[in-house]
Design a protein around this ligand. Sequence first.
Ligand code: SAH
Length: 439
Amino acid sequence: MTQHSQRGRDIQGRKSGGKPDFRRRRPAPAATPSSPACCGTNPGQPGLILKCGREKSLLRRHPWVFSGAIESITGSYRSGDTVAVRDAAGRFLAWAAYNPDSQISARVWSWNETEQIDEGFFRRKLAAAIEARRALRIGQDGDGMRLVHGESDGLPGLIVDQYGEVLVLQLGSAGPERWRDTLADTLQALCSPACIYERSDSDGRELEGLPKRCGVLRGTLPDKVEVTEHGLRFSVDVAGGQKTGFYLDQFDNRALTGALAQDKEVLNCFCYTGGFSMYALRGGAKSVLSIDASEGALALARRNVELNGLDGSKAEWQCADVFEALRKLRDQNRKFDLIVLDPPKFAPTAAFAEKAARAYKDINLLGFKLLRPGGLLFTYSCSGGISDELFQKIIAGAALDAGVDAQIVKRLHAAPDHPVLLSFPEGAYLKGLVLRVAG
Ligand code: SAH
């Protein structure tokens, strides 16, 4: 039954003595407006004026304004300037960093109209991010952590990773780019690091119309940078390594692999500098075969074995394309008890999901085939464009085609220094499954 017919019956129910009692009737509802209430007149305050209805995501506190949502711009702004974002009626929604060169035209700094986006603002935000980690006791099992995780810490586009005495800064959008010096000075004051190094060379910078830039921002970069995790030491190539030099997000997941590696023959694919391999070796693995396409990463991995006094005779390093290497291992009829698949981002956005799904299925199918009965598969996706649900479906398809029965025994995500803001689900990029193949 439609709302309209229910309303009609309601009016009928008010009849008395057969005659309609017009006095008790509610006033007739105003004619349905042709557009929602927000679309009043725009009184012309400065800022980005959104199209009618496009304020909804901001009202839910999602911090991005896409270019297609903008009706008009009052005032003139350059990349990185702070602008007020307003609904179609001119009402304030947020303060944001403007970027005319990006599909994401503005990223929100603050929802509070009275807040000034100035040095004090960044000091408060950075201090809050650092305090949140202290309160969660992050950093008790090592001296590395992500201090700032972009949008999830209310600082869109800013990544700050700590490796002992060195901070690595990654500026991914126009806002933090504009405030680069303030951010560096504030981090220097709050953390007193020996060095702040800038690694603003992520692919995303191109989409933001920003040039790539790397180098020392404050202090001096030590000859050797190391990070300690759960008592294991890792060399970090801050200047030439991937991302900011190390994958801090797998902190807890690597430890879990180590705890289950005793007496196992382990295969670690996309091993980078040997994170999972070090844990497996320390955890008592019988052997660990690690594969990566980067010679530089493998050289650091070998150094990490020595750094930790681990038994190098149990470790084999292969510089190869994992897709090909897995096929070779299958053809050689090799078998393993524990396999880690931690590939790079195959799908940066949902637009790449289909192609990425084929790649995930391929390596996981081969992974299942290489496992002994009762074996464990640690499989990950760090693709923002692949949801948890889709990832699980892909893995289910891979198991089916490999002809194995497998159970999910644990679901994994990034470590808690990579929090996910509820209003920004895109922050939950890393997903992992621990699967046990039937014995
Ligand atoms: N598990 C690692 C991080 C992996 S990052 C850790 O815990 O530190 C992804 C790695 O995949 C990178 O080291 C990159 O060099 C490697 N890589 C990317 N494409 C590859 C391919 N086709 N074959 C082999 N390695 C690849």
